[in-house]
Design a protein around this ligand. Structure first.
Ligand code: KG4
Length: 332
């Protein structure tokens, strides 16, 4: 069975072809980084317009790289939400029109389930149930995953997502968007214990997150430094450590509380080397399996949407022509 995945929730237009639920035949991505760079963040109106011009060529390229035509496709899976409404509407409307025209079934996928399941695109796969930390520019959440279609939300950020905090800190320090990779590169040369940025633990039993405080602490620290005298590497390393420590500790608490055998990472920030190292170490100490996808499957991609869509289809899910996109995750 061949599934065409289409993703346009934020600022990347992506398409992929997946055979059954195991072989990625192609995975194509058109990045808009150069468009949003000068604004220090994603401009929703520009993102939607870019998707409009990119979606058809990206889908054609995915089909060509898989060496198939649209006739060979059995299922179309498309991101339905959460994300920027204008961006979502482009991929979603395109997929519905294509499905209707080609007389193919279509399923709408929650982007978060794609991130939770992207690790299944790798050789090493976890058993259910597992604890999943999805950490990106739009969300930071912990889920209990019981099957390919059954996820329970255990905690989420009450303000900024971790990736958003990385991007805002990068902007404060004058680094280009997306800031996460730049901050983590600078952090490699800095001392992580040098500046005591705050960790928001919230209530004792809470698995929620809050990252706006640490971002503001970085801003205040920079404002109090003499002009031209910013210890950028130490700021990056200390900020990153504050974020990673909270992400790892909350995931540890969730895995122990819900007694899962494994921890799974997903979302753009899970490409962060320090997060992978610290999470791996924590899992080792508690004899937990640790699974994280390669960086290309951490950030937004359509292969994970095709994978999730395949399993939704098998569970009986279908899109209707008048179904709409949603801005908040449907996973409860
Ligand atoms: O999942 P993603 O591609 O898009 C969504 O937000 O849905 O994640 C992008 C986010 C951005 O905030 C980016 O700065 C962050 O992931 N990111 C990183 C790293 N690579 C990407 N953050 C920290 N360290 C990284 N190495």
């Amino acid at each position: 069975m061949l599934t065409l995945g289409i993703e346009s929730s934020c600022d990347d237009t992506a398409a992929a072809v997946l055979q059954d639920d195991c072989t990625v035949m192609s995975s194509v991505l058109s990045s808009q980084d150069s468009v949003h760079n000068k604004f220090g963040g994603v401009v929703p109106e520009l993102a939607a317009r870019q998707h409009l011009t990119a979606v058809h060529p990206v889908v054609n390229q995915a089909l060509a790289e898989a060496d198939i035509t649209m006739e060979d496709i059995d299922l179309i899976a498309v991101t339905q939400g959460p994300g920027l409404i204008g961006s979502l509407l482009v991929g979603f409307s395109y997929a519905k029109a294509l499905a209707w025209h080609q007389n193919k079934p279509c399923v709408g996928v929650d982007h978060m389930s794609g991130h939770i399941l992207s690790v299944f695109l790798e050789e090493e796969k976890p058993d259910f149930p597992f604890t999943a930390l999805t950490v990106s520019g739009g969300t930071t959440s912990i889920f209990l995953a019981r099957s390919f279609t059954d996820f329970t939300l255990l905690g989420r950020t009450r303000d900024d997502a971790a990736g958003e905090a990385f991007d805002k800190v990068a902007k404060i320090l004058g680094m280009p968007y997306p800031g996460g990779p730049n901050v983590s590169r600078k952090a490699l040369e800095g001392r992580s214990g040098e500046i005591a940025f705050p960790r928001a633990w919230l209530e004792d039993d809470s698995l929620d997150f809050s990252f706006s405080g640490v971002k503001t602490a970085v801003l205040n620290y920079c404002n109090n430094c003499r002009q031209g005298d910013l210890p950028i590497e130490d700021i990056c390393a200390s900020f990153q450590e504050a974020v990673v420590e909270v992400l790892v500790e909350k995931t540890r608490r969730a895995a122990l509380k819900y007694n899962t055998a494994s921890v799974v990472l997903g979302g753009g920030v899970s490409a962060n080397g320090r997060l992978r190292e610290a999470m791996g170490q924590m899992c080792l100490e508690h004899s937990l399996g640790f699974f994280a996808p390669r960086p290309a499957y951490c950030t937004d991609n359509a292969a994970m949407i095709a994978f999730s869509g395949y399993h939704l289809f098998r569970s009986g899910r279908r899109l209707e022509l008048d179904d709409d996109v949603f801005s908040r995750s449907s996973l409860g």
